[in-house]
Design a protein around this ligand. Sequence first.
Ligand code: HEM
Length: 339
Amino acid sequence: MNKKISVSFIAGVAVFTSSTNLFAQDQNVRVNPVVMVDQFEATSGKFEGYRRSGAKGICAIGEFRGSAAAREISTASAFSGNPIKVIVRFSVGGANPKAADNTKSQRNLSLEFNLPNGEVWQHGNISAPVFGSSTPQQLLGRLASLQPDPVTKAADPVKVKAFADANPEVLLQGRHFASQPVPASYASVNYWGVHGFIFTNAQGKETAGKWIFEPVNGVKGLSDEEAKTKGPSFLFDDIRQRVHQGDASFNFNLELAQAGDVINKATVPLPEGRKKMTLGVLKVTSVSADGGGECLNINFDPNRMPKGIKGTNDPMLTGRSAPYAVSLGRRLSEGSKQQ
Ligand code: HEM
């Protein structure tokens, strides 16, 4: 059985309460990371050397400056206000290194903040407010339902429907993408962290929320006609040009959770209209000319956080480190690449 965690604040400290949901996936079931990555390959194909998810990507470098408001809620050195080097990776969702750029699918923004005293902060953010499953077990089941039949080479629609009917939340993310235009650029779409995080300040006060990277120059999409004209591979040239023009910056915004909000489920966004604060600005300053660069051999593991920031018991957060390590191990031993 699954326990739903919601947040409340007593004397400034986030207090978590739980209630039981008979129909939810069991949060505590551990999925063997090798079985998980094998299932990614069985469902989406095996592309040697590439990430098993977010395969088609490009490295960039950026600079982050934290805000005074961020310093009030967290002691994390990322928010000192001094320029912080960030290793950036933009990618298209999925395992296919030839995934088309002109479709209504996932874009990713992965970041590694290189902090003083050897601290590192990594996270991979996606262009949807929710993920496609709420537990690793549910992700495994969804992927298994989508696995192509060896004879027809297509997923069995009966299996796909049966799993989705029993787990309707797996359809939420796809609905978001279908409702949005094709992003005009890696620099003109919102990227959500999806998980809840807790920020702690020098007095021990805790602030919980979910973050979004929002383009400083606004969100821009393509019409269906424009997307067709652009073709399947325009995002790399576009981001190089925008960075050259100084037009690729993001506000790092935190939506603040209120008492009762669920913050440990990747399929449950915070309710509309939550107060937002800006934690700082990320400016992308250079982009790789080719498939190499500092991001190539990193796996952006969101459980690597600096002091002053912590995660929750969201099973989709804690469940990421091991399969990411398996994927990294496979691609390194095969000869890593991303284009
Ligand atoms: C237990 C659940 C999950 C599994 C098993 C999983 C699996 C993977 C794997 C195998 C990779 C490739 C890692 C590498 O080779 O470096 C990856 C990349 C990625 N995942 Fe997940 N994932 C999970 C949850 C999530 C969630 C909840 C998000 C939403 C924020 C997410 C966003 C990303 C992004 C943005 C990347 C690309 C990272 C990069 O640029 O290197 N994943 N995922």
